[in-house]
Design a protein around this ligand. Sequence first.
Ligand SMILES: Nc1ncnc2c1ncn2[C@@H]1O[C@H](COP(=O)(O)OP(=O)(O)OP(=O)(O)O)[C@@H](O)[C@H]1O
Length: 296
Amino acid sequence: MMFSFESVSKNYKNTIALNNFSADLSEGVYALLGPNGAGKSTLMNIISGNINASSGKCLWNGQNIEDLGKKFLNILGYMPQQQNLYHNFTARQFLWYMAALKGLTRRQASDKIDFLLELTHLQKDAHKKLGTFSGGMRQRILIAQSLLNDPQMLILDEPTAGLDPMERVSIRNFISEISLSKIVIFATHVVSDIENIAKEIIFLKQGQLVLKDSPLNILQSMSSKIWQSSIPADELEGIRQKFAVSSVVPQRDGTLCVYVMSESCPKDFSWTAAVPNLESVYLYLFNEDNNENIFR
Ligand SMILES: Nc1ncnc2c1ncn2[C@@H]1O[C@H](COP(=O)(O)OP(=O)(O)OP(=O)(O)O)[C@@H](O)[C@H]1O
């Protein structure tokens, strides 16, 4: 199973929303990370056929998805960002409605809906109106509808947005479980949601692919590039001018524990190598002042 982007670009008048994007995806979770306006929605909309690329092509197992048309849509599941759900529908009615839109027969829909309500732990709440659902339950019913056609490729647009920590863990474990035999694209702003479940992370910045690799490789490439020191508070500005600061933690004694990115150990103060995490990579990549590429 392979989905390939070949030099895909999308322009809107004066904006390049996606710039020559190429990548191959196989089974597993791909985290799509990037700040507002990076091009994540554009990428997802091109896959789902909501918009057409200005140039380049997308291939499903070597065939252009535009040529495959409905055949490709039949193997695609899409979970949009949480919007106004049908508040007066019960969970079960909503799934019946979505099954009808997707063209499932009554027989197929009946079996699938029971299965998905169980899979998403919503069977007890199947008779409740969506208007009464918590954020986590809404995310689960949206995921359930995206799985109605048993998709081989699944797009999840911020599936953990607005959830409390317990719900976040539950949703991401669930996504991890269902990703074994699917290509899953998980768009998010929240690094901690994907660090343990992503096969690869795709970092997008201003429509361009900045980095695509496994979390392990990304972290390994960062080792000995993050440095930690305790500094007097009034030195912070000077440090900021010299280095990309990934984190600042005030200490009880009034000093600051500062983490910076640098190819080599900084000279001033006493620095020790810190254990990198993906959040520091994100901060580094998307800090407008950082032009140095430490992933070379
Ligand atoms: N219909 C449109 N018309 C004009 N410009 C657009 C349109 N849709 C997106 N853009 C622009 O394309 C760029 C990429 O937008 P996109 O929505 O893909 O980013 P995003 O990463 O999904 O952002 P967010 O995290 O805020 O959802 C942005 O500069 C945006 O303003």
